[in-house]
Design a protein around this ligand. Structure first.
Ligand code: PMP
Length: 394
């Protein structure tokens, strides 16, 4: 029977990773896959994660199933981290999911169940997996303008005009912070304008927040999410713990569905439980338990926050250094946007041919749309990248 299957397009980033591994050059630089790396190139297990795992290992006396939406303590801890009381707790339904991807997938499924004809408005560009999941689920996608190739920032007028065309029953997908793949983000007054548009159109926001703590700080990165959630009647939020806790492979995420009032919460909660049941039944527990242990313990939480700040500041320092090197080499401010971007990624804004040239000539690997993982750099490799960028004529 399987001969009827059609081969699916290969994941470009995974293919790039393989090419990088096969490249014998010793000075090659990997700016492809989206994981944080410290200046030595390692993706470390965070100190608080190790400590929490140790505690869990000692205290855990059963591995019996948790609940269909995971351990309620995990939901409480994450709702606190993301929303910090922005909306009444009794309006928030939540389900633990396998990573942020699981939360995104379940959110789209919930939308499709509630409104079979709903359209989802997505930024151009967005994380490719948004598009591929939407396509797989047969949900109509509408692009809204987002990245301005000339400035390296956000084309906010274009965005505002495009999301203004959404209607009640449609969904507007927003990146809560640290936009992937561009690194370009809205400023607070632009977020306020987005809120006005959402209120006017009646479209439902869905916020994907996968990098809280990687941009301007834990509270700062969640500020837009909190403000939106408080300002509209209904909202979906897909949160990932992969990056900010460094627990990528543990598959830890939370989907939140905020209802207009507490009486509507139960239906949302039951729907989330139903969706988990259909797709994988009980969500993974280990990463969720690690996160709960850290967030609910003053010492572990403080240590986690301190280490996350180190990670954030490391990436900011690289950004600043890269923008400065490029300014010196090019004699212009045209790369200044790299210092303004936030999070792990920046879109350099060049052609696939130049990206290819960086790879073949200089052993520098980035995604074809010129997305660079800033964390793939360190103090020594920043000048090498800057020279290569100028050398290939970007
Ligand atoms: N959303 C966005 C925008 C992302 O970049 C990612 C990670 N690549 C995710 C969601 C989900 O990540 P994970 O499933 O690994 O938690």
């Amino acid at each position: 029977m399987f001969e009827t299957l059609q081969s699916q397009p290969a994941d470009k980033i995974l293919a790039l990773m393989q090419m990088y591994r096969d490249d014998p050059r010793e000075d090659k630089i990997d700016l492809g896959v989206g994981v944080y790396k410290d200046p030595t190139g390692l993706t470390p297990v965070m100190r608080a994660v190790k400590a929490a795992e140790h505690r869990i290992w000692e205290a855990q006396d059963t591995k019996v199933y948790t609940g269909l939406v995971g351990d309620p303590a995990f939901s409480d801890a994450m709702i606190g981290l993301v929303l910090d009381g922005a909306v009444p707790r009794d309006t928030v339904a939540a389900a633990a999911t396998p990573g942020g991807t699981g939360a995104v997938r379940q959110a789209f499924e919930m939308v499709r169940m509630a409104r079979p004809g709903a359209r989802v408005f997505v930024s151009d560009p967005t994380w490719p997996n948004h598009l591929s999941i939407l396509k797989y689920l047969g949900i109509e996608v509408v692009n809204y303008r987002y990245f301005d190739g000339d400035t390296g920032g956000v084309d906010f007028d274009g965005m505002a005009e495009d999301i203004g065309k959404a209607e009640a029953g449609d969904v507007v997908l927003l990146h809560g912070c640290c936009h992937n793949p561009t690194g370009a983000n809205l400023n607070p007054s632009e977020w306020d304008a987005v809120i006005k548009i959402l209120q006017k159109t009646g479209a439902t926001p869905m916020i994907d927040i996968a990098y809280q703590g990687f941009g301007d700080g834990l509270a700062e990165d969640a500020a837009a999410t909190r403000k939106i959630a408080a300002a509209v009647p209904e909202c979906l939020i897909a949160a990932s713990c992969s990056k900010n806790f460094g627990i990528y492979r543990e598959r830890t995420g939370l989907l939140m569905a905020i209802a207009a009032d507490p009486s509507a919460r139960k239906l949302n909660q039951d729907t989330l439980a139903f969706l988990n049941r259909q797709n994988y039944s009980f969500p993974p527990d280990h990463g969720a338990r690690v996160v709960t242990t850290i967030l609910n313990d003053d010492d572990l939480r403080a240590d986690w926050k301190a280490e996350l700040e180190e990670v954030r500041n490391t990436m900011l320092a690289i950004r600043t250094q890269l923008a400065e090197e490029l300014q010196a080499l090019s004699g212009s401010d045209r790369f200044g946007f790299l210092g303004q971007h936030r999070g792990m990624f920046s879109r350099l804004g060049t052609t696939p041919e130049k990206v290819e040239e960086l790879r073949t000539k200089h052993g520098i690997y980035m995604v074809g749309d010129s997305r660079m993982n800033i964390a793939g750099l360190n103090r020594q490799t920043v000048p090498i990248l800057a020279k290569a960028i100028i050398d290939v004529g970007i």
